[in-house]
Design a binder for this molecule. Structure first.
Ligand code: PEP
Length: 255
C-alpha cells in the first residue's frame, strides 16, 4: 500500500441536493493541482450520481455514508455494495457513531457490512470505531477499541491489496468543536495498530490498513496532528462543508 495520507469528507445529512452540488463544484475548483494525498467526499445518496459527474476528470474520490450487507432483494430503503460501485463510489463509511446512536446499528451489523464490501472487492470500507465519553472517563477506551475491532473484523479475509480504513472517532469529540489532544489520538491509534497486528499480522496491516482520525478537526487544530505516528489521515465532518476550510485541512496534512 502506498503511504499517501487519506482525507475523507463526511457531509452527513447536512446539505440539500443543490447545496451538495455547489460544494462539490467548489471543492473541484479548490483542489485543482492538489497532490500528495487521497481526497474523497461522501455526499448523501441522492447526490452521488450528480457529484460523480461534477468530479469527473479529477482525482477526488467518491464515497457513500453507508451500505447494506445483502446484494439485492426485499430490503426497503437499503443500498448494496454493488449499487454503490455502479454509481461510481470507491469508498464507503461503515458504522458511523451517528448510525450506532440513532439507528441502533451494532457491531454485528458492521461486521456484515464490512464483509459484504470486502466480498465486492471494488470498494474500500471506512470502518468507524471509538469510545463514548463514559467509557473514556472510566478508562475503558483501550478495551472498547479492541472489542469493536474484534467484532467488526474477526474472521474476515483480505485478498491481495484490498484496503481497509479504520476511522478512530471518539464519539465525545465528534461535532463538539474540540478535537482530542493529538497525543491521545496517537495513543489510541497505537492500540488500534497493535490489535490489528494481533488479528491480521504486521505484514497485512502495513500493506492493507490505514488508521485515520475523526472528530472536530479544523484548519485551526489540524497542525497538532501532522506527523503523528500511525495517523494515516482524517475523516472530516463540519470542516468539510466549506471548500476553503476543507482544502486547508488537507493541505496541512500533506506538508
Ligand atoms: C464525523 O462525524 O465523522 C466527523 C469527523 O465530524 P466532525 O468533524 O464534524 O466532528
Amino acid at each position: 500500500m502506498n503511504n499517501e495520507k487519506i482525507i475523507i469528507a463526511n457531509w452527513k445529512m447536512k446539505l440539500s441536493l443543490a447545496e451538495t452540488l455547489a460544494l462539490a463544484e467548489n471543492i473541484k475548483t479548490k483542489f485543482q493541482g492538489f497532490s500528495g494525498a487521497t481526497v474523497g467526499v461522501c455526499p448523501n445518496y441522492i447526490s452521488i450520481l450528480e457529484v460523480k459527474e461534477i468530479l469527473k476528470g479529477t482525482d477526488i474520490k467518491l464515497g457513500a455514508q453507508d451500505v447494506f450487507w445483502e446484494g439485492a432483494g426485499a430490503y426497503t430503503g437499503e443500498i448494496s455494495a454493488d449499487m454503490l460501485v455502479e454509481a461510481g463510489c470507491e469508498y464507503v463509511i461503515i458504522g458511523h457513531s451517528e448510525r450506532r446512536k440513532f439507528l441502533m446499528v451494532n457491531y454485528e451489523m458492521i461486521h456484515r457490512e464490512t464483509k459484504a464490501v470486502l466480498n465486492n472487492g471494488n470498494l474500500v470500507p471506512i470502518v468507524c470505531i471509538g469510545e463514548n465519553w463514559d467509557e473514556r472517563k472510566t478508562d475503558r477506551r483501550d478495551f472498547v477499541l479492541f472489542d469493536q475491532l474484534q467484532q467488526a473484523l474477526s474472521g474476515l479475509d483480505l485478498v491481495g491489496n484490498q484496503q481497509v480504513v479504520i476511522a478512530y472517532e471518539p464519539i465525545w469529540a465528534i461535532g463538539s468543536g474540540t478535537a482530542i489532544e493529538p497525543s491521545e489520538a496517537e495513543y489510541a491509534h497505537k492500540i488500534i495498530k497493535l490489535t490489528l497486528n494481533d488479528m491480521f499480522g504486521m505484514k497485512i496491516v502495513n500493506n492493507n490498513f490505514k488508521i485515520i482520525y475523526g472528530g472536530s478537526i479544523s484548519s485551526k487544530n489540524v497542525k497538532g496532528f501532522v506527523g503523528l505516528e500511525n495517523l494515516d489521515g482524517m475523516l472530516v465532518g463540519g470542516a468539510s462543508l466549506e471548500a476553503d476550510e476543507f482544502y486547508k485541512v488537507a493541505k496541512a496534512l500533506v506538508k
